[in-house]
Design a protein around this ligand. Sequence first.
Ligand code: GN1
Ligand code: MG
Length: 354
Amino acid sequence: MDITSIIQAFKIEGNFIASEIINSGYINNTYKIITSDESYILQRINNHIFKDVDKLSENIDRITTHIQSKTSKEKQGKVLIIIPTKGGNKYYKNNDGSFWRMFNYIHDSKTIETLNNEKQAESLGRAFGNYHKVLSDLPMPKLFDVLPDFHNTPKRIEQLKKAINQNNKHIRVKDQVDYLLSLASEMHEIITLGNQQKIPLRTIHQDAKVGNILFNQNDEIICIIDLDTTMSGYLAYDFGDAVRTGMNSASEGEQNISKVSLEMDLFKAFTKGYALVSKKFITPEEVKSLMLGVKIITYEQALRFLTDYLNNNVYYKIEYQEHNLVRTKVQIALLKDIIENFKKMNDFVITSYR
Ligand code: GN1
Ligand code: MG
């Protein structure tokens, strides 16, 4: 793939000097592009997953424009903006059928896989609170539903069952399959609350993992990235995903399962940060649903990794054959810890909103 010709399709400043692969994210391919005047982020969009690149790009344009319009002058340059093609498009389709897009590069930023201190955890909470707040008045119409049923846990359970029936690979992972299916009946709760209209649909990120956050060197948050899945959903999903990734003492691919546990102090700091911002708009029913999000999103992620393992790794990028199985085991260990501490964590959430 000749990346230099792709770069030339975009409205960039300066002459191309170098490109570096950024190895984070399991879906799109990401590069840092350095020119004589500037740096940029170039991404190859995974169009097997995001099938309607037009509508995806329109969503991201609307989200980034809205966020930018609410950002003070001093902070411009610290939020994501789309760099259009020379023809003014939001993405570029190469003649080999691949899809590309470009963003500004945010300087002096870093991503973190697992949080190291309470200051980071509190900022993470505030960042998602703010994301929800800022997007609450995104002008109509509703964002396009890029991945329908993305966090529909009952449907994810059906997908696992389908994958089990496809081959004999499941025999090797009987323990994991049995454990996850034994919990299936208690994982419908958020969808049910939503269907009963007890909790409202809002615009949320839907991939609120800590790796999708840019921090500065002082552990403060600059902005949230990876906006592909931002669409209608329930607050509990983002709350849950942030806890699932940020408050796990191990990373998603940890092979030593004994290292996996939920960091209670970080959880408390995160919850304080989220409550501080969300107090102004969250409903009492939503507050009660937040911990369900932690449990259900962790469960769902275990299902998704295991399903992909059984389907021979067609969805997530992997570095070795058993990678999705290792990831499943990490999520299961974390889930067990969450279930054990559920009441304590839930009490803390409820008290934080008093
Ligand atoms: C994927 O693209 P990335 O790595 O930020 C996935 C999320 C999962 C996550 C697991 C579109 O996110 O839903 O939670 O991996 N994104 C999509 O780490 O499926
Ligand atoms: Mg990402």
